[in-house]
Design a protein around this ligand. Structure first.
Ligand SMILES: Nc1nc2c(ncn2[C@@H]2O[C@H](COP(=O)(O)OP(=O)(O)OP(=O)(O)O)[C@@H](O)[C@H]2O)c(=O)[nH]1
Ligand SMILES: [Mg+2]
Ligand SMILES: [Zn+2]
Length: 283
């Protein structure tokens, strides 16, 4: 058997990469294959007559469900300043889910060319920089050197809502890509995505996955305490809470709440955390 990596999945058709060789593969019958392979998976394959067959899925280092991808080094959370408008609630929810899976988020803000230099939206962007997030700003007419540096030698997944500019960014990173993009208003009005599948593309000696924008984010599987531990804004204060199982909402002696009132933790991030906890409680 040979080891390969799944780089594309459409319907039940897998594209795999073995060394430099790219080919199609079929998964083994359902009952024999314990886990369905997803993009990013390392799989063991065998050639049966003309076809390559996936026999086994190697253990995953990490996994995201929206978008569905495994074994990534980092996530580039693509967020536009306008069209669609910048939303901290949406951005924070994505960041929370990504950090929960032990994946490093990098925020990539697009459409800078559509916004005046002193627009108030940049105060919100600054809030993330102050909080310790890695933030990249880009737009049409801006060079992509810094973004390429971040992508170099890594497996990166692009996430972000429909119209944020994920596919357009990939096209700018490599002029030979001609991935379909679509006007935001049209894409959103019809409630459908331009990109329909997850696919890893070679960029800057690494691989970058384009994905369809999410339509809804789910927090069903999230444990509140663990969530509070992965939010980088909270991390310096966690050890100082009076109670070890503090979820930083109603407990007395909570160092996180204290840091929020001292303006050391972004109030918006904290509020978005509390709102997600409410969602989890409501099931
Ligand atoms: N002016 C400007 N337009 C942009 C920028 N990035 C993307 N766009 C436009 O925004 C629209 C949506 O971009 P896409 O790349 O299709 O968005 P997407 O995130 O891939 O969307 P889905 O595939 O539906 O998830 C397209 O019309 C792009 O040309 C940017 O930085 N500046
Ligand atoms: Mg797209
Ligand atoms: Zn606390």
């Amino acid at each position: 058997m040979k080891k390969a990596r799944v780089i594309k999945l459409i319907s039940n058709q897998y594209t795999i990469l073995m060394g430099d060789f790219i080919t199609l593969a079929k998964p083994m019958g359902k009952l024999r294959l314990k886990t369905s392979p997803i993009v990013g998976d390392f799989v063991r394959v065998e050639q049966l007559e003309e076809h390559w067959v996936i026999q086994d899925v190697c253990e995953r280092e990490n996994q995201l469900t929206r978008p569905t991808i495994a074994n990534v080094d980092q996530a580039l959370v693509v967020t536009s300043l306008v069209r669609p408008d910048f939303s901290e609630t949406l951005l924070d929810r994505q960041l929370f889910l990504i950090m929960y899976e032990n994946i490093k988020p990098v925020i990539c803000i697009t459409k800078r060319d559509l916004v005046a230099a002193y627009d108030p939206v940049f105060d919100v962007v600054d809030d993330y920089i102050q909080s310790g997030y890695h933030v990249l700003l880009t737009g049409f007419g801006y060079d992509v050197r810094e973004i390429k540096e971040v992508l170099r030698d890594k497996i990166t997944v692009l996430t972000g809502q429909s119209g944020a500019g994920k596919s357009a960014l990939l096209n700018r990173l490599d002029a030979s890509f001609q991935i379909k993009t679509q006007e935001t208003s049209r894409a959103l009005n019809r409630g459908r995505h331009t990109t329909r599948h997850v696919e890893l593309h070679p960029v800057a000696s690494g691989w970058v996955a384009d994905t369809p924008g999410f339509s809804a984010l789910s927090f069903e599987h999230i444990d509140k305490r663990r969530l509070s531990e992965v939010i980088i804004d909270f991390q310096p204060y966690l050890a100082q809470c009076r109670f070890r199982d503090c979820v930083h909402i109603n407990e007395p002696g909570c160092a996180v709440k204290e840091a929020v009132s001292d303006n050391k933790i972004s109030e918006i991030r904290y509020q978005n955390y509390v709102d997600v906890c409410t969602l989890i409680d409501e099931g």
